[in-house]
Ligand binder design. Structure first.
Ligand SMILES: *Cc1c(COP(=O)(O)O)cnc(C)c1O
Length: 376
């Protein structure tokens, strides 16, 4: 019997984990593809963190409960440390959820509900755990149609629901009242993924204690610390205690624990970079709106979704030729001809808008079929 025969169903059909090889783009490449924060930590801050790094006992395992980091996050989010499950990035907490809640019952596999389009890893992580994905389409405006999700909840009885708000790649935030209603209706594990909440200035963290089954996922990746891989799930303490039994021990390494605590000790620095990024987003949005034929969707995150006239693949390649890497999210359906652009530095945004204008106005595909603009 070959090893293939023993692979969990659905794994071979998954695409390889292939992200762009940045070395092929040259040193000046504007990396606007991954929704990282464009603004690096400044030198004095890096020097402070280096001091903390020097104190880490690398020959020891990390503190297994991650208590000091959970305390720092609890203070930031106005919750208690035992309401927090730490992850090696927030995606790991989704895997922990699938381990704990993905078992199903004999003859009835567990299901996970999420909107489409949304974060592609929801499906990947579900399939990797043998959990059945249930994707419910958003409206053309990318808003939630509550009745479609209520119907899916009643019909499929999902164990877990994952709603990114603001949503990736669409950039809009869902109505918190609707999310809360869906959470109550589901009465299972309803996760609001707030990876981009700092850019929206809104959070459902305070609703966790009053809404049965509501969990909020947060991440430090999008606010300037992607390299540390720090994320967390906030939820009812009894549920967090069960989840904590099945995470792998020492899932967050000692370097990330120490540097995370040190970075969180200066919330004003994190906030200043987020504010700056929001100002850059407004500038980029204004520049993109001046490009004829381009549909620009409003964003409460650190990226902007656009719909190009003509062929998205061709526009993507032309941008890359100009040293601007974006994410081509175009596929049949709601994201047809769409590109996702991470907000960059001022110079990167200018370069991006200029290259996009050129690509859109001269693209052969655009002139072949001049499509009417579609409003957001
Ligand atoms: C980027 C992103 C995350 C963050 O994942 P980490 O593992 O914390 O880096 C989570 N959810 C969504 C929707 C994202 O776009």
């Amino acid at each position: 019997m070959s090893w293939q025969a023993h692979l969990r169903e659905g794994i071979q059909a998954l695409a390889p984990l292939a992200l762009y090889d940045y070395r092929s783009g040259g040193p000046g490449l504007a990396r606007l593809d991954c929704n990282e924060l464009a603004l690096p930590l400044e030198a004095p801050e890096l020097a402070e963190l280096a001091g903390e790094l020097a104190k880490v006992s690398l020959h020891r395992y990390p503190e297994v409960s991650g208590l000091s980091l959970r305390q720092a996050l609890a203070q930031r989010w106005q919750v208690e440390p035992d309401e927090i499950l730490l992850g090696n990035g927030s995606v790991e907490t989704i895997a922990v959820l699938m381990t704990a809640f993905g078992g199903g019952r004999p003859g009835a596999p567990a299901k996970v509900l999420y909107p489409e389009p949304s974060f592609p890893y929801y499906e990947v992580i579900a399939r990797a755990h043998g959990v059945v994905p249930v994707a419910v389409p958003l409206e053309a405006s990318f808003a939630l149609d509550p009745s479609a999700f209520e119907e899916a909840i009643d019909r499929e009885r999902p164990a877990v629901a994952l709603f990114a708000s603001p949503n990736n790649p669409t950039g809009n935030r869902f109505d918190p009242a609707v999310l809360e209603r869906l959470a109550r209706r589901m009465d299972a594990v309803f996760v609001v993924d707030e990876a981009y909440a700092d850019f929206a200035g809104a959070t459902m963290l305070s609703r966790v204690r009053v809404t049965p089954g509501l969990f909020v996922m947060r991440s430090l990746s999008k606010i300037g610390l992607a390299g540390l891989r720090l994320g967390a799930l906030v939820g009812p303490r009894d549920a967090i205690a069960e989840l904590d039994k099945v995470r792998l021990p020492w899932n967050v390494n000692a370097v990330s624990l120490a540097l995370g605590v040190a970075a969180l000790a200066h919330p004003e620095r994190l906030a200043a970079r987020v504010r700056l990024l929001i100002a850059l987003r407004r500038e980029l949005e204004a520049a993109l709106r001046r490009i004829p034929g381009l549909v620009v969707y409003p964003s409460e995150a650190n990226f902007i979704l656009v719909r190009v006239p003509g062929d998205a693949g061709e526009v993507f390649r032309r941008l890359l030729e100009k040293g601007v890497l974006v994410k081509n999210v175009s596929r049949p359906g709601l994201l047809e001809r769409c590109l996702r652009i991470t907000v960059g530095t001022g110079a990167e945004n200018e370069r991006c808008a200029r290259a996009l204008e050129e690509a859109v106005t001269t693209s052969s595909a655009a002139s072949r079929h001049c499509l009417p603009p579609e409003g957001p």
